[in-house]
Design a protein. Structure first.
Length: 496
């Protein structure tokens, strides 16, 4: 297949038009600039009311979010940070979810100026993994103890929807013997180009977890400049990628913006408007997670060193704080692009997921992956610590790493999970399953030191479960204890 011809046929205009309102999309650049301008100096009393609203676990409106974005006063900012952590605790308690990216292909028909995979970057060695290699990569992740992966693809006929579906099946197929039974990747999420509904259904059929597409920048003009050619140059095809996914049945979708391409406050507003439009068009179901990667240096992509919108650390922490307050139910992902210090702080501001032992080259989890190839990947990472080390750090911070994927397999997804979250019930199941899956993980994969730190967290959790009347009233305590003992004795994959 000729890639250019293939690329010319990707976009289906009618699958954009169906979501427009009066022929327009939901990002009004002028309105956003105006909202940010109008609330440049917000009244502290109003800010405290907004904080209160988030603490009641209500999504904020754009005007309120614009006001929070403009807070400069140290004392108020600290109040916002404290509230962000409290919101996180209310919805997610002390749980954190880990995953590893798995890059399958870097052939790409697009030319995003900031990405090492862009078509015109001749420095990049191009690869598409065959299924044997895909399985090998997955096997290496399972051996490290991973249970979730986000699989990443360039946009190209060699990695089209059929390839993606096939690779997902290959990954789900991998089983690795562990001390007790076998390990596998129980949830395969993907980060791939926008697709038509027909193709998205193919991914749903093979059990895609979350489908993730970042808008990169919500600012129309900047978007056009930075995505000069290929299907990705169509802003709206990308803006409605997740609407189409929802329509195809994939009810866990993930949005994101690449911070450093345009004004960070504008991008936070864009993310919020995106969440609101998904809620509006799909029965109140917003995105499952939001990502906010910062632009990293990429080999062969000089734009990454020259952007004038680089987001400083303090701004980065503020944007996480505001997002946590603006969308209390939505998971927030901080990635290995960030340094260990920033990631630690991000977790204290409300992030709920992060990756570990991350490698982002094609075939990078295999032994023959060379030092030279490590440099020539999509971008440069800030934190390459392994899963065991990251989990130990979390445990020392009092956080439990949950490997639970039960919510998805029991159908606690989409609007169902939203209702459960709103009633505060989902969190209760999550707590039990977090302990069960962490117990499994500690026994199968942890180093002695991590195990020590992990046992303390588990003891604390067991005590809390014992003392929470919800579990006794709903006859869950005995079932949980029974499962816990069985897992300790070597049974695996039990969940409530
Ligand atoms: N090709 C698909 C697409 O663009 O949607 C998916 C894969 S792409 C490699 C995944 C994400 O990497 C992009 O959405 C972008 O946000 C991020 N990315 C690209 N270049 C980056 C850079 N230099 N620094 C940080 N993140 C980058
Ligand atoms: Fe291709 Fe995605 Fe990189 Fe753009 S960001 S060049 S679409 S891989």
């Amino acid at each position: 297949i000729n890639p250019a011809e293939w690329a010319a046929n990707v976009i289906k205009q009618d699958e954009i038009d169906r979501y427009l309102i009066d022929g327009d999309d939901f990002i009004d650049d002028n309105l956003i600039e105006q909202q940010l301008e109008e609330h440049r100096d917000p009244d502290p009393k109003w800010i405290r009311e907004i904080i209160q609203k988030s603490l009641e676990i209500e999504r904020l409106e754009p005007e309120e979010t614009a006001a929070l974005l403009n807070v400069e006063d140290e004392e108020l900012l600290n109040e916002m940070k404290e509230a962000a952590l409290e919101v996180k605790k209310k919805v997610y308690d002390n749980r954190v979810v880990t995953f590893a990216p798995l890059y399958c292909s870097n052939l790409c028909v697009n030319n995003c100026v900031y990405c090492g995979f862009r078509k015109d970057n001749t420095n990049e060695t191009r690869k598409v993994l065959n299924m044997k290699k895909v399985k090998e990569e997955a096997r290496n992740l399972v051996k490290m103890g991973h249970k979730r992966s986000i699989v990443v693809y360039g946009e190209h006929p060699a990695s089209d929807a059929d390839y993606i579906a096939e690779s997902m099946e290959a990954i789900y197929d991998v089983k690795v013997e562990t001390k007790h039974g076998y390990g596998s990747l129980r949830r395969v999420n993907i980060n791939a180009a926008p697709m038509e509904i027909e193709d998205l259904k193919k991914l749903w059929d093979v059990g895609v977890g979350t489908y993730q597409v970042f808008q990169e920048t919500y600012h129309h003009e900047t978007y056009q400049k930075l995505h000069p050619s290929g299907p990705k140059s169509n802003y709206r095809w990308r803006l409605y990628a997740l609407h189409r996914a929802m329509e195809a049945g994939i009810d866990d979708v993930a949005i994101g913006a690449l911070f450093g391409l345009y004004d960070w406050k504008f991008e936070v507003m864009g993310l919020l408007y995106h969440a609101i439009d998904l809620e509006r068009q799909f029965n109140g179901v917003g995105p499952h997670t939001i990502s906010f990667p910062r632009l990293m240096e990429a080999d062969g992509s000089p734009y990454t060193q020259n952007s004038k919108y680089k987001v400083e650390d303090e701004e980065f922490k503020k944007l996480i704080t505001v997002l946590r307050l603006a969308v209390p139910y939505t998971g927030l992902i901080v990635t290995a692009r960030e340094t260990p210090e920033i990631r630690r702080e991000a977790m204290q501001l409300g992030c709920t997921q992060t990756d570990a032992s991350t490698r982002i080259g094609i075939g990078a989890y295999s032994e023959e992956y060379t030092e030279q190839e490590k440099k020539r990947q999509q971008f440069i990472l800030g934190d390459t610590r392994d899963l065991d080390t990251v989990i130990k750090e979390f445990a020392e911070m009092g956080m439990i790493t949950s490997f639970c994927t039960a919510g998805y397999r029991c159908g606690r997804t989409g609007d169902k999970i939203m209702n459960l979250l709103q009633e505060g019930v989902e969190g209760k199941f999550c707590k039990l399953n977090a302990v069960l899956t962490f117990r499994e993980w500690l026994d199968d994969f942890a180093s002695e030191e991590t195990k020590k730190a992990g046992e303390k967290v588990i003891a604390q959790e067991l005590e809390e479960i014992e003392n929470d009347s919800f579990f006794t009233e709903n006859n869950l305590l005995n079932e949980f204890k029974n499962y816990y003992e069985r897992i300790k004795n070597g049974e695996r994959d039990l969940y409530i």
